[in-house]
Design a protein around this ligand. Structure first.
Ligand SMILES: [Zn+2]
Ligand SMILES: [Zn+2]
Length: 433
């Protein structure tokens, strides 16, 4: 279900790092030898076997990250991102696998469009990439796609991300068909008759600035509806980019009630609140919008306790000319692949809001589990999917530093701690910095 360009497997020894792999309970200073892309030995001392030796004293070696929610903008907007540039950005961010959303131009709603993307990934992808296909044709919310055919062509799951599936009846049938292909639905939960015209969370900041409000309840009623339908149909759903405390409560209750539901949160929703909108920077405009501090705290608690199993960047590149407009006119979305770990390390781990181990799990094994992908792990015999992290140094986020074709980051100009020094994805060294 994941594709990348063919490269030789690495022969490498990594020495001196603190090896941290929460799912296998490893936290020790160990050496790791990789033979032809496969982890061959993990021990206090390993033979170099004439491999290249990477001296990693003071660094953390962890399982590389999986981003379950990326917009690669191809086909249609290759000026903003391509498979090559998006996966290079992923490599720089420490990712060994990413999943791309289907709201491109054309929409990925046919085997032909999906097949062309798979071919592009085989030619260009620096790290393994998988694709979601649309739930409805043209994401118009009127008729379902051929889910069986899309699954056979390689679709990992189905999503109309960008827009909600407005009809409950159609959502119910989507759950039935998706189940028959053993793939989840990934849901952009938004009730358009409540969110319409809103640029900013409905609250004090929107009122002060005179913006139309996009209330939390526009998300949470859609989350409640889809969780109820998933429970009724015994289908699998994954709730994209959770933003509101009420939505998190609904997800927690549904999971406790046995519904096969999962959820994700983005770095921007975990770090920022609608206070950031006072800057009128179009790079803090996203859908769903940044919400209140109580919402952010609910997301953090859910990330800690596992109700939210995954961090997803919702990496959404936009051309500069589209973002260099007044706030109300700017499109929704920000980039995130290259800054996710550093942002969360700086704003959540260092202040003690979440343990590093938990963050690593939610950025790697958690998202892989949701979509049935192989979980990256540091174990003998496993393919090398590793990230080497420098948690002591700091770096500045600049436009020139991005591999992405777009620079619409909410972190531009900020100094962050936590830097990706090396990424090994599917056994190949894909990034060194
Ligand atoms: Zn969305
Ligand atoms: Zn998205």
């Amino acid at each position: 279900m994941l594709w990348q360009r063919d490269l030789p497997g690495a022969n490498l020894v990594i020495r001196g790092a603190r090896v941290l792999d929460p799912p296998s309970g490893i936290d020790a200073r160990l050496e790791v030898r990789i033979d032809n892309g496969t982890i061959a030995e993990v021990a206090e001392q390993v033979d170099a076997n004439e491999h290249r030796v990477v001296e990693a004293d003071g660094l953390v070696l962890a399982a590389a990250f999986v981003d379950p929610h990326v917009h690669l903008r191809t086909p249609g907007r290759e000026d903003e991102e391509t498979v090559a540039s998006g996966t290079a950005a992923a490599a720089a961010g420490g990712y060994c696998a990413i999943l791309a959303m289907p709201n491109t131009d054309p929409i990925v709603d046919s085997a032909a469009t999906l097949g062309a993307l798979v071919e592009a990934a085989r030619r260009e992808a620096e790290v393994p990439v998988g694709f979601l296909a649309a739930i409805t044709r043209g994401q118009r919310g009127e008729e379902l796609t051929e889910m069986g055919e899309l699954a056979e062509t390689g679709a990992v799951a189905y999503s109309d991300d960008g827009v909600p599936v407005a009809s409950a009846g159609l959502m119910r049938r989507a759950l039935q068909y998706a189940s028959s292909t053993d793939r989840p639905l990934a849901l952009h939960c938004e009730e358009p008759t409540l969110s319409h015209g809103g640029h900013v969370h409905e609250g004090r900041v929107a009122a002060e600035l005179g913006f139309a409000g996009y209330p939390s309840v526009a998300e949470s009623v859609a989350v409640e509806r889809d969780l109820a339908l998933a429970g009724y149909e015994q289908g699998r759903v994954h709730v994209l980019h959770l933003s509101a405390a009420e939505s998190v409560d609904a997800l927690r209750r549904a999971r406790e009630g046995g519904v096969a539901a999962s959820g994700e949160a983005t770095p921007h929703h975990l770090v920022l609140t609608d206070d950031a909108v006072r800057s009128l920077d179009p790079n803090v405009k996203m859908n769903p919008p940044l919400r209140a501090e109580a919402d952010r705290r609910a997301l953090l608690q859910a990330l800690r306790d596992g109700t939210i199993e995954a961090v997803a960047t919702d990496h959404a590149p936009h051309a500069s000319h589209e973002k260099e407009v007044p706030f109300e006119a700017a499109p929704f979305g920000v980039t995130g692949l290259e800054t996710a770990f550093a942002a969360l390390y700086t704003y959540l781990v260092e202040p003690g809001l979440i343990p590093l181990e938990t963050l690593l799990e939610r950025m790697s094994a958690g998202p892989a589990r949701i979509y049935g992908l192989d979980q990256p792990r540091i174990a003998v015999g496993a393919p090398a999917n590793l990230v080497l992290l420098d948690t002591s140094g700091s770096w500045q986020v600049t436009e020139a530093g991005f591999r992405s074709r777009s620079v619409n980051s909410w972190l531009l100009g900020e100094t962050l701690r936590g830097q990706v020094r090396m990424t090994v994805a599917a056994g190949r060294v894909v990034h060194e910095g």
